[in-house]
Design a binder for this molecule. Structure first.
Ligand code: CS2
Length: 451
């Protein structure tokens, strides 16, 4: 049976690509945990099965998932895992390793050879730990075995994710062997893809929902919302699952969908998450229940929509109304701290890119200055009641230090001082203004004063 090899065995993969693939039928997935052998072992012990809880406002629907038939761990078994890429049954590779798992320079989006997910793999390329090194080693084995190229699909929230990954894999391969890089460029494709399904980390409530519905304890259970969307660039190197049967959209150009989702959904999510953390609220739905916060979120969506290209058949107002409903879903407890994690990696495509475009077009970018201020306020490490906040971010230390100084210091810590929007003094002034008000008034009064 044709197979997908997937890198990144987290909850999002088990809620999104796995569900689309199971519903499309005809393909199986082998999934790779990047670091954690306990997860791959547990999944293998369960025969690859887990329960997916889809939480509609009316109540949960619990599904048995069977599409993964084997799991691997890259860290503990790199050779066994990557040998799978040399099996002709494997025709598609997918990946969810989060933004920080790629290893690119924030300004040029080219390979960063000093990045923790790249450097060790260049030194030890046959036992890679990161996505890019793993892809290149797997493709090297495939090429040596004389098989055709593969389709590699990034499913992370990055602008031009496929294009980005193609560039990184190509550059990494070139550093190892230019002939391999040429073969990859000739025979493999890296379509862009836009993925969407809100998937909170599993909790006791997830396990209780499975127990109530099935009488079974399933520590591998994952919960998610009913909504799901997958838009994939129609550029395959070989056979592919009939994902359109499961509702995926195969299109020539994913870019407009990607920016729409990153700016309207993910950008609003980052605002909600940081507002919630600063105001001492736990989950997205709690933030949405505060009228002044909801108004700020609605306005942010409007500002984000104003930066988008037109997509035929797409109505930003309907999309925004649907997003507000999804964020308000009373049966999903999506923690602010989960979304606020890794802001240094998430804000560039969600907030800084639309801000830069708005400034270049001579339009206001104040909505994006506001989110940036709330994020910096979050990085200051104390909520409005004085309770501690511990930002989880690869740049946490430098950012927290910078956040106690000013926006220019934050730009420097990000390596983005010379780039729009940070290079605009007016925009930095807007961020500083919002930041001062947030500190003086607290997030709640700040939002009320603006609405
Ligand atoms: C969220 C996303 O954690 C985050 O940064 O914004 O994971 C979001 O829930 C998904 O992209 C929804 O598809």
């Amino acid at each position: 049976m044709p197979r997908i090899l997937h890198f990144g065995l987290g909850a999002f993969h088990r809620a999104h690509q796995a569900a689309f693939t199971q519903d499309a039928g005809g393909w199986q997935i082998e999934s790779v945990s990047m670091r954690n052998p306990a997860l791959s072992n547990a999944l293998n012990a369960a025969g690859g099965r887990w329960h997916l809880v889809e939480r509609a406002a009316e109540g949960p629907r619990v599904r048995q998932m069977t599409v993964i038939d084997r799991a691997h761990c890259l860290a503990t078994d790199p050779a066994g895992t990557l040998a799978r890429m040399a099996d002709p049954e494997v025709q598609v590779v997918t990946a969810t390793v989060t933004e920080k798992g790629y290893g690119f320079h924030p300004t040029t989006r080219t390979i960063d050879v000093d990045h923790p997910s790249i450097t060790p793999d260049l030194a030890n390329p046959t036992a890679p730990k990161g996505l890019v090194g793993a892809l290149v080693e797997g493709l090297r084995l495939r090429h040596a075995a004389g098989h055709s190229g593969l389709t590699v699909i990034s499913c992370d929230n990055l602008t031009g994710n496929g294009h980005l990954l193609a560039g990184l894999a190509g550059a990494f391969a070139r550093l190892r062997d230019p002939a391999l890089a040429d073969w990859i460029a000739r025979t493999c494709t890296f379509p862009d893809s836009m993925v969407d399904r809100i998937t909170p980390a599993s909790s006791d409530a997830t396990f209780a929902a499975v127990r109530d519905a099935t009488g079974q304890d399933d520590p591998l259970a994952v919960e998610t919302e009913p909504f799901r969307q997958w838009v994939i660039g129609n550029r395959f190197a070989g056979p592919r699952p009939a994902w359109e049967k499961a509702g995926a959209l195969l299109v020539d150009d994913v870019a407009p969908y990607e920016v729409m989702k990153l700016r309207m959904l993910n950008g609003s999510h980052s605002l909600i998450a940081c507002l919630g953390a600063v105001a001492g609220l736990g989950a997205v739905r709690d933030v949405m229940a505060v009228p002044a916060f909801r108004t700020l979120v609605r306005r942010h969506m409007q500002a984000a929509a104003d930066t988008l290209p037109t997509i035929p058949g797409f109505d930003p107002a309907t999309y925004a109304a649907d997003l507000l409903r999804r964020f308000e879903n009373p049966s999903i407890r999506h923690l602010c701290l989960q979304i606020a994690k890794d802001g240094s990696q998430k804000l560039p495509p969600r907030i800084f890119a639309p801000a830069a475009e708005a400034i270049l077009q001579g339009k206001t970018a104040d909505a994006f200055a506001l989110v940036t201020a709330v994020w910096i306020r979050f990085l200051q490490g104390r909520d409005d009641t004085g309770g501690p906040i511990a930002p989880d971010d690869p740049l946490a230390q430098a950012l927290m230090l910078a956040a106690s100084s000013d926006v220019a210091a934050v730009a420097q810590a990000l390596g983005l001082s010379d780039r729009l929007p940070f290079s605009s003094g007016d925009w930095r002034g807007q961020v500083s203004g919002h930041l001062a008000s947030l500190r003086r008034m607290g997030a709640m009064a700040f939002a009320e004063a603006l609405t």
